[in-house]
Design a protein around this ligand. Structure first.
Ligand code: HEC
Ligand code: HEC
Ligand code: HEC
Ligand code: HEC
Ligand code: HEC
Ligand code: HEC
Ligand code: HEC
Ligand code: HEC
Ligand code: HEC
Ligand code: HEC
Length: 331
């Protein structure tokens, strides 16, 4: 438990460090200090790793009732309604070979039920999820779901924040796909209110149009920073915006660094999902310039106050040099 909490703390701290840097972009941190930061983070990750191991070791244990397995049909006698819902879920179709030794119908989740039945439904004789903590109830699901997408559950920020499987999934009255109690994105908005607001901004990924889901970018069970589906932000963005992926002869270093230095993936007031409008976005890191003695392309001071990308059109990187033979991202 202590370990769990400290992991959450470390992840939050490293986030704050990164976020601060993001904000003070005017001082664009050098490659060297970045490497130091990465090292520091690796060290932290090492600690987290060690902790995760420990975390696994103290996985909450839910003692099974002292009873025998009787089979789901016995439960249907008194819980007919629940049984009918259950028959519609994928768990009803679970077969022995899928989860060897675990396929017990109702009792696979609620534990053996003979004592509960013998005592005419005494609740203490059966595992009732309303009496369990989130980590405890998750541990029951993880008996069968420990692999695959749930592999990293214990280092997932939801798990570390005491959000359990049942906060998103329902086992009986299932109305949505994947046994979710609500479809995306509404499910996520229940706890992430601010995202609902951001997705309403004029520039946005087509989430509110229903063409895209939060889980196309986020893995709610994964262990990457910000719960992303990819290891880095850029890899994630390239998976749909491949044209922005280099290598370019003339790179723009913040682009290599991370798309989110300039973009907010959820929504922004400025167009193109930019965190700020031009030229202010650029002026966070650049001074702009007074003018160039290049014939035909002499920017005036007034030009500085319009869109820099009118001239620096290849802002994500280019393979062609400028007229003066430099990498000015102009073509
Ligand atoms: C003889 C009737 C009867 C049978 C058979 C029966 N139950 Fe129950 N069960 C009850 C009663 C009564 C309650 C208490 C309901 C209440 O207090 O709201 C209950 C409550 C429960 C609860 C809720 C526990 C809680 O903490 O609130 C679960 C889970 C449960 N039963 C599962 C099962 C399972 C699984 C089986 C089959 C192994 C089963 N029951 C068979 C009568 C029965
Ligand atoms: C996949 C695991 C799982 C299986 C299989 C399962 N349950 Fe449940 N059950 C739960 C969870 C989790 C809850 C808490 C409410 C929820 O998530 O829907 C619950 C809640 C209940 C409750 C409490 C009343 C309520 O509606 O909240 C009863 C009674 C119950 N289950 C009976 C059964 C019976 C009877 C079966 C078999 C027909 C069964 N369960 C199969 C996980 C399971
Ligand atoms: C007895 C083993 C077992 C237990 C316990 C169990 N599951 Fe499952 N579950 C399965 C199997 C097998 C499948 C089907 C194969 C798959 O999708 O992995 C499945 C499928 C699912 C799916 C995918 C549904 C879909 O439509 O694709 C969800 C979500 C899920 N389980 C959630 C849970 C939750 C939440 C719990 C705990 C309350 C739980 N499971 C407990 C064995 C189990
Ligand atoms: C914060 C919400 C949330 C929590 C907590 C959560 N899930 Fe999910 N789960 C989702 C969403 C959303 C999907 C569907 C999109 C996806 O596959 O990522 C999903 C999908 C699944 C699937 C189907 C995967 C597939 O590839 O089809 C399984 C199985 C599953 N969850 C099990 C669990 C188990 C077990 C837990 C607890 C250890 C859990 N989930 C906790 C939101 C959640
Ligand atoms: C039951 C509440 C709940 C639901 C539902 C929920 N989350 Fe979360 N989520 C949390 C909590 C608590 C945290 C921990 C960090 C925090 O407080 O922001 C978190 C963290 C996150 C983070 C990491 C935030 C960070 O600060 O790095 C992401 C990303 C995320 N959730 C995405 C989702 C998505 C996508 C969904 C819908 C599929 C979802 N969440 C549904 C409660 C929830
Ligand atoms: C196009 C990809 C994408 C989509 C779609 C997306 N996100 Fe994100 N999200 C990200 C990225 C990238 C970050 C990390 C931001 C950073 O590094 O500055 C993030 C960060 C977050 C965070 C934590 C940090 C913060 O900014 O507060 C939460 C919470 C979150 N997303 C929730 C959601 C929810 C809820 C949805 C669905 C409404 C969603 N995201 C849809 C890419 C996406
Ligand atoms: C799952 C696919 C997917 C991923 C991943 C993705 N995008 Fe997008 N992106 C889209 C789609 C679809 C559009 C809308 C295109 C359209 O409307 O023509 C879009 C549009 C955009 C736009 C233009 C918005 C506007 O207002 O015109 C920007 C900027 C953008 N994405 C940046 C990013 C960044 C940065 C990332 C990584 C954090 C990212 N995208 C990840 C699918 C994706
Ligand atoms: C230095 C700031 C900056 C960074 C970093 C950045 N972009 Fe952009 N991006 C812009 C600007 C400015 C525009 C709008 C002007 C334009 O279209 O050239 C834009 C527009 C876009 C568009 C929509 C228009 C188009 O060209 O398709 C997409 C998609 C996009 N960026 C994706 C990305 C991806 C993916 C990354 C990370 C690899 C990234 N951006 C990094 C500044 C940036
Ligand atoms: C997060 C900080 C940051 C932002 C925001 C940013 N840049 Fe840059 N830019 C850099 C860095 C760092 C370099 C590399 C400087 C060097 O190599 O000396 C660079 C290089 C350039 C170059 C090439 C300079 C050369 O020496 O050839 C141009 C042109 C440029 N940026 C234009 C822009 C424009 C236009 C914008 C706004 C759309 C912008 N930048 C936004 C950090 C930033
Ligand atoms: C009217 C066109 C035009 C506009 C508008 C423009 N630039 Fe430039 N910029 C150029 C040209 C041309 C060069 C030099 C190309 C070369 O070296 O051949 C240049 C060079 C640069 C350089 C490289 C450093 C240097 O002095 O050589 C940076 C950085 C830069 N611009 C940033 C900006 C920013 C930030 C803005 C917006 C505030 C901006 N530019 C607006 C045309 C423009």
């Amino acid at each position: 438990m202590i370990c769990n909490k400290s992991q959450g703390f470390i992840r939050k701290i490293s986030k704050v460090i990164l976020y601060k840097n993001d904000r003070n972009m005017a001082v664009f941190f050098s490659a060297k200090s970045k490497r130091l930061l990465v090292k520091a983070l690796l060290l932290l990750t090492g600690l987290v790793g060690a902790c995760t191991h420990y975390g696994r070791f103290v996985t909450p244990h839910v003692p099974l009732p002292e009873a025998n397995y009787v089979g789901s049909e016995e439960c249907a006698v008194c819980h007919e309604d629940v049984f009918q819902y259950y028959r519609k879920t994928v768990h009803y179709k679970v077969r022995y070979f899928e989860v060897a030794g675990q396929e017990r119908g109702c009792e696979g989740c609620h534990g053996p039920g003979s004592a509960h039945i013998a005592e005419k439904g005494k609740v203490e004789q059966i595992i009732g999820f309303s009496r369990l903590t989130a980590p405890q109830s998750s541990s029951i699901c993880l008996r069968c779901h420990a692999g695959g997408p749930l592999n990293n559950w214990y280092s997932n920020l939801h798990a570390l924040s005491d959000v359990g499987c049942n906060d998103c999934h329902k086992s009986h009255k299932v109305t949505e796909e994947k046994m979710l109690y609500k479809g995306e994105p509404e499910l996520c908005y229940d706890c992430h209110q601010q995202m609902k607001a951001r997705v309403q901004f004029p520039s946005h990924h087509p989430i509110r149009e229903g063409k895209m889901n939060c889980s196309e970018c986020h893995s709610t069970h994964g262990a990457e920073a910000n719960e992303l589906t990819d290891i880095t932000v850029n890899e994630l963005c390239f998976s749909c915006h491949a044209d922005k992926q280099g290598p370019f002869l003339y790179e723009h270093s913040p682009v290599e660094e991370g798309c989110t230095l300039c973009h907010d993936a959820h929504g922004t007031i400025a167009n193109n999902l930019l965190k700020q409008s031009e030229p202010f976005l650029c002026l966070r890191c650049h001074r702009g310039h007074r003018g160039h003695k290049t014939p035909g392309s002499a920017p005036t001071l007034s030009a500085m106050l319009t869109s820099c990308t009118q001239c620096h059109a290849e802002i994500h990187g280019s393979d062609l040099p400028s007229q003066l033979g430099r990498g000015a991202l102009t073509r």
